[in-house]
Design a binder for this molecule. Sequence first.
Ligand code: HEM
Length: 485
Amino acid sequence: RRRTNPLPPGPKGLPLLGNLNDVPSEKPWLTFAKWGELYGDISSVTILGQTIVVLNSVRVAVDMLDKKGAIYSERPVFPMCGELVGWQNALVFLQYGDRFKSFRKTFHNLIGTNAVMKKYCPAEELETKRFLRRVLATPELLAEHIRKSTGAIVLRISHGYEIEEENDPLIRLADEAMEHFSACSTAGAFLVDVIPALKYIPEWMPGAGFKRMAREYAHTLSQMVDQPFQFVKQQVAAGTALTSFTSSALEAGNLSPKETFDLKWQAASLYSGGADTTVSAIHALFLALSLHPEIAERAQAEIEAVVGHDRLPTFADREHLPYINALQKEVLRWNSVAPTGVPHRTRQDDIHEGFFIPKGSLIVPNIWKMTHDAATYKSPMQFNPDRFIGSQAEPDPRDICFGFGRRICPGILLADASLWIACAVSIAVLDIAPGVDEAGNILKADVDPVTGHEQTSGTVSHPKPFPCKITARSERAVELIMEDD
Ligand code: HEM
């Protein structure tokens, strides 16, 4: 088959090394998007014998990853991230099979339907209010407050854990572990991923820095998995556990060692999947509002008209706030949280649109390109919620930015709820303006010449730090935030 069907086109590589130098570690999605223009929606490169197929349109991503899910739902085995650091036990890097299916089912039962999500609404509203209190007290620590509140919501669900106000040890561990995950889960980020035999070289050898790094990362990850679990075990034994995913399973009793192991990793998968991603989206909300005061004003006017000044918005207001809903979608479209998704891997050879896709190929959906495609989104670099309003509304980015097929993000509804409530309540009570220096001059955020805003590289991408001035909108707004829980 290979003889008659070519691999998808792509940049010409070097003999033996292939395209080792063609995939940049900085913002690879921009390079991938150029390949889309040069070679079409399906392009490929080969690095030391490993085929990497890049998908640059929603159409091909759905046709391959979704409609041919039986072939395209495996995950790569990254020696660095999966084996040496240990992420192979978390859902995100689980190999396709029974354990994968059982993890997915658990996630679905816990956070996969609108009906179950209703029970988390009060916690979402409460944690968002606490977030605003922290922001008003120390607005310069915005990034830290976002991490704390998103971590608090997921930890409540996964482990029934109430975070400490200062230096919470579990939030710190998760931050560290997710930073490591982002650095080591990108295709081709470490040479050991392309030459797996390198994992056997001893740590002391020159060039084995990645092994020392992996040891350190593995230690953080195992603490992130174990510490919250031990916390729940103690609380259950003392009869003081708050109801959570982990406590309910432990209280049901009689878990085998394998079931206990799975429970620990399911809870950690939940926590690790949810802690860092939603952070990026909420941070992007603040960046967008600080860059576009006119949009913030329009959103505030809608909340004033629908909710008034006597209470904070709640999920019950959602269907009456079309502009806030459009703004939330635009945040997810404009700032790609996972610009190149998480790579899938093929379980067998395939021929797609005449191209040969060998078994074991890594498939990278260029989500950034799909949500910034001028053929779908007019002036795609511009932040413009209006694109989602009216009869000519552009496609909902939530159908793209959470990935595709059987590996689609299982946390969509939770992410959607956390971002929505953060949008509605922050806009209701805060004025978010560009940062100013001591003389009152407006400070400009760093701007990427292509995209119009700066974001970090890595599997989970974040807006780079930006100047922003946050104040309470009114005395009444402060009272609402400070009201008893
Ligand atoms: C704005 C927020 C989020 C975005 C943009 C996002 C995006 C993604 C993407 C693109 C993938 C890869 C899908 C694929 O392979 O095709 C993914 C996987 C995953 N996400 Fe999310 N996610 C978000 C929030 C969450 C939350 C809140 C949770 C859990 C509470 C979560 C848990 C996971 C897990 C466990 C996986 C791996 C699924 C698997 O491999 O089967 N995510 N997410």
